[in-house]
Design a protein around this ligand. Structure first.
Ligand SMILES: *Cc1c(COP(=O)(O)O)cnc(C)c1O
Length: 427
């Protein structure tokens, strides 16, 4: 399997090259040249397969040029060693919980898969790889944990000072060793801009082997497909003659793109809903046919505060930039902060289930759209513990755990690229 650019050029690269490059030569995203099909028998007998076998069969066609069966086997055993349960909430509504990994967001699988791929790829040189990422929260936590103590890999995480939740900050800064969390006196956009500057710094890159682990990386995107295969395995017997709809709280549309890819491999999910907060560039696009990015605004579901969702380009490429074709498989909804908090309250009152703000956006979007001949699953993308300030507001009776930030490892720097450059060269 080769990977090509979403903005066509001559490039046709292997999985390994796509992962190490991050972005294509013309600054676009990598996408599979063709989407492999799984046979009907795979879906017919999916209950008989172990989760590991399902993950292996789904991913093998994408990676087999660069990873042996033994490598993939080892990577998946290590990357996917926690549960992804589907639970009943009410009526025809179910939840897929993707927060049982070490840092309690769905990003754990992608980060763990990518780090283990890097450690299995044949090395170009003896140089250590430096992973450089900017984060607004969950990516940093997942990358820190996923790459912790991985041989030959050093990690530098830039996060905006005072703008991630205390819980997320603790997850990023508590590990130490090969993981350096760097707080920047600036915004997430400033962090992102410095990361880009480092990647464009040719002189720096001769000395430091830089790789990105942002969600645009294929090694983070592809394993997320597995969630939807495993959800189908769990819900299949309950479906009867209803059709399955999945609602995904979305920011950069990485998780949603992975679900759509799984559908194109044959997975019987009728349609997806991309559930957005006020950052609704994608909802607007589906409504108007015009894609127009805008600056992000801060919301209660802050991991989805993205004004220019990077994976839109992958979806557009997949559907040949045909809005009608895309709309058959995916719709979008916009949920406000007020509605989010109300949904958390209502769900707690009627079912006793504690939603996190992202899951609340997903659930409300699902309930607004679900038809009587459909069964719906919304995705819980993070554990409510990560967003205690919102929980306190929405469900004040719920017990919370204290987070102390004392004694953790972090560097601090100004919003100044030269400082970052020094850090990258020296440590
Ligand atoms: C990253 C994140 C999202 C958004 O996922 P995308 O793949 O960027 O659409 C949603 N919820 C939580 C909790 C996240 O951490």
């Amino acid at each position: 399997m080769k990977f090509i650019s979403t903005t066509p050029n001559e490039e046709r690269v292997s999985f390994k090259t796509a992962v190490l490059n991050g972005l294509t030569d013309n600054g676009a995203l990598y996408f599979p040249e063709e989407i492999p099909q799984l046979p009907d028998s795979f879906f017919k007998n999916i209950e008989q397969l172990s989760d590991h076998e399902i993950a292996f069969k789904a991913l093998k066609p994408y990676v087999s040029d660069d990873l042996s069966d033994d490598d993939l086997d080892w990577i998946l055993k290590d990357a996917l060693n926690f549960a992804t349960p589907v639970k009943h909430i009410q009526d025809d509504t179910y939840v897929l919980e993707l927060f049982h990994g070490p840092t309690e967001s769905f990003k754990d699988v992608g980060a763990r898969f990518m780090s283990r791929c890097l450690s299995r790829f044949e090395k170009k040189s003896d140089k250590e790889i430096t992973i450089l990422v900017a984060t607004s929260g969950d990516t940093g936590s997942a990358v820190a944990s996923g790459f912790f103590n991985v041989d030959g890999v050093k990690v530098k995480i830039l996060f905006p000072k005072g703008k991630v939740s205390p819980y997320q900050e603790r997850q990023m800064t508590s590990l130490g060793n090969n993981i350096k969390a760097i707080e920047v006196d600036g915004t997430f956009d400033d962090c992102q801009k410095m990361v880009k500057e480092a990647f464009n710094d040719k002189q720096l890159r001769q000395q430091v082997e830089l790789t990105s682990a942002n969600s645009i990386n294929l090694a983070r995107l592809l394993p997320q497909m597995i969630y939807y295969f495993l959800a189908y395995k769990q819900i299949k017997a309950t479906l009867g003659n209803k059709e399955l709809v999945v609602s995904i709280p979305s920011g950069n549309l990485g998780n949603a793109s992975a679900g759509i890819l799984a559908k194109h491999m044959g997975l019987p999910i009728k349609r997806f809903i991309a559930a957005h907060n006020a950052n609704d560039t994608f909802t607007q696009y589906l409504n108007t046919g015009t894609y127009s990015s805008k600056p992000s605004v801060l919301t209660f579901s802050n991991a989805m505060d993205v004004g220019n969702p990077s994976n839109y380009e992958r979806l557009a490429h997949l559907y040949g930039r045909d809005l009608k074709a895309m709309s058959k498989h995916i719709s979008a909804a916009t949920i406000s902060d007020e509605e989010t908090v109300q949904e958390m309250k209502d769900t707690m009152a009627s079912t006793g289930y504690l939603l996190d703000p992202h899951g609340a956006v997903g659930k409300l979007a699902l309930e607004r759209s679900l038809q009587s001949n459909e069964l719906g699953i919304f995705v819980e993308t993070a554990h409510p513990n990560k967003f205690q300030d919102i929980i306190v507001m929405a469900v004040p009776d719920h017990p919370i755990t204290e987070t102390s930030l004392d004694g953790f490892h972090k560097l601090s720097m100004d919003n100044d690229y030269e400082q970052l450059r020094k850090i990258l060269l020296m440590s």
